[in-house]
Design a protein around this ligand. Sequence first.
Ligand SMILES: [Fe+2]
Ligand SMILES: [Fe+2]
Length: 208
Amino acid sequence: MPNLDKFIISFDHALRTLLTPAQTLRPVPGTQLPEVGLNDSEKHESAALMRINHTGEICAQALYQGQALTARNVEVQHTLAQAAREETEHLAWTERRIAELSGRKSILNPLWYGGSFAIGALAGVLGDKWNLGFLAETERQVTAHLAGHLKRLPHHDGKSRAIVAQMQIDEAGHATSAMSHGGVELPMPVKLMMNLGSKVMTGTAYWV
Ligand SMILES: [Fe+2]
Ligand SMILES: [Fe+2]
């Protein structure tokens, strides 16, 4: 059962995720690439897509926190913590790129965090195999979503593309790791509902 300490730690993590800049150990992908001139509409498009990805990473932080709060097995908690560290780096990378593009983060991030935390906690309560299965499916859907962004990003925006490409590699690794730790395939209606939920998030974050 989660205890009060865990709740306090989770609350602290939520505040830090939403209010302070994220840190990264790995260098930001694409740092070595030159900043090419993007016209106004390209810049706007890149910033909007990176805002979506940033909000996705806010959701990832919340999901992992929620899942870790209710996960039972210590090894599962460890797997979640390892992946969460990489998600924090993704958060830092997207945040930095949004600033470089003179964009802004979604004002609805606290809302997305709260909802994702609740979903993650619920997945954890259902037991480790479902928790890991949910994680794997989430990461697979994110990987597919990032592939779509690589098609939509302005072709010469190498810096944004490098970040998205590395995130895609990491997310696929999270999915594989979750399944190798005992995750199970979710029923198709659940997968479809997850897909619908993420479409609402991505569609909204493009604008606000
Ligand atoms: Fe991520
Ligand atoms: Fe991930």
